[in-house]
Structures are given as structure tokens and as C-alpha cells.
Design a protein around this ligand. Structure first.
Ligand SMILES: [Mg+2]
Length: 149
């Protein structure tokens, strides 16, 4: 297993958003594959959603069988500032990979640690959700490459 920490954004990545909470297709498998690659203790959530709300969302995802049991107690990153500074995850940012749909949140000096994923959209907006979305598969391949390199 890699000596890397995987930081996952929540909204637009794992689910649509914390209100509608639609899981991205393949969420359970994605989380399980990430666990196999990184170990569950090396996976964390880095989101603008506050922790109380995140735990509610996570608990519901577990109850609805969209996420494994341990996901509801996953490490949650407390942070402040305008950017998601990866030093909140680990002092050594070269150990951190973040998967996020919104690059402006990531400090420009840390963009090389970002794997950008396309935003997963809410079906109640004017744009229909992409039910053929295969972003998790693409991102998993990139994560495997990061681990190999
Ligand atoms: Mg997001």
C-alpha cells in the first residue's frame, strides 16, 4: 500500500451536493478501490461542508448502501482560509493527493497534487446529471499511476 494520503472533496465529486445528496454512479466501488490502494486510515474528506452536515450525509450514504460502514467515521479535515491548503492534511504535501472538481480552491503552488474530476451535477438544475458518468474509473487509473510513480 502506498505511503500517500488521499483527500476527497465531497460536493460535485462523491455526491451532487449536501442538499440533494445524489451519489455519483459507482460510489461504493470507488471508495472500496481507494481503500485497497491507500488504506482507509489514509483517506480523508476535504470539503466546504461543515463536519456536522458531512457526518449526516455520510451516515445516510452508509445506510443507503452507497458507501461502506467506515465511511461515516472517515477523517474530516478542519480548515480555514480561502484555499484548501493541503498542509491541513499533512505537513508534507508531497504525500497528499486531492481529488476535487473545483481547481480554484487549491493553492496554485499545490496544483500538482490535484486530480481534477468533472463536477457531478444535480439533476434538478437545468443540466441533467450524467448517468453514464465514468469519472471514478478514470480517476482510479490516475490514482494507480500516482502510486506507481
Ligand atoms: Mg466540490
Amino acid at each position: 500500500m502506498a505511503d500517500l494520503i488521499l483527500a476527497l472533496d465531497l460536493e460535485g465529486v462523491l455526491i451532487t451536493n449536501a442538499v440533494s445528496q445524489f451519489p455519483r454512479p459507482g460510489l461504493m466501488r470507488f471508495i472500496e478501490e481507494c481503500e485497497a490502494l491507500f488504506g482507509r486510515e489514509n483517506i480523508c474528506i476535504f470539503t466546504t461542508v461543515d463536519e456536522t452536515r458531512f457526518r449526516e450525509v455520510a451516515t445516510r450514504l452508509v445506510q443507503d448502501n452507497f458507501a461502506p460502514q467506515w465511511f461515516s467515521s472517515i477523517r474530516y479535515i478542519e480548515w480555514v482560509g480561502e484555499h484548501k491548503d493541503l498542509r491541513f492534511v499533512d505537513d508534507d504535501i508531497s504525500k497528499v493527493i486531492i481529488v476535487d472538481d473545483y481547481p480554484p480552491y487549491i493553492k496554485s503552488s499545490q496544483k500538482h497534487r490535484l486530480i481534477k474530476i468533472n463536477q457531478y451535477l444535480d439533476p434538478y438544475t437545468h443540466e441533467a446529471p450524467d448517468l453514464s458518468d465514468t469519472e471514478f474509473e478514470r480517476v482510479l487509473e490516475l490514482l494507480k499511476q500516482k502510486i506507481m510513480s
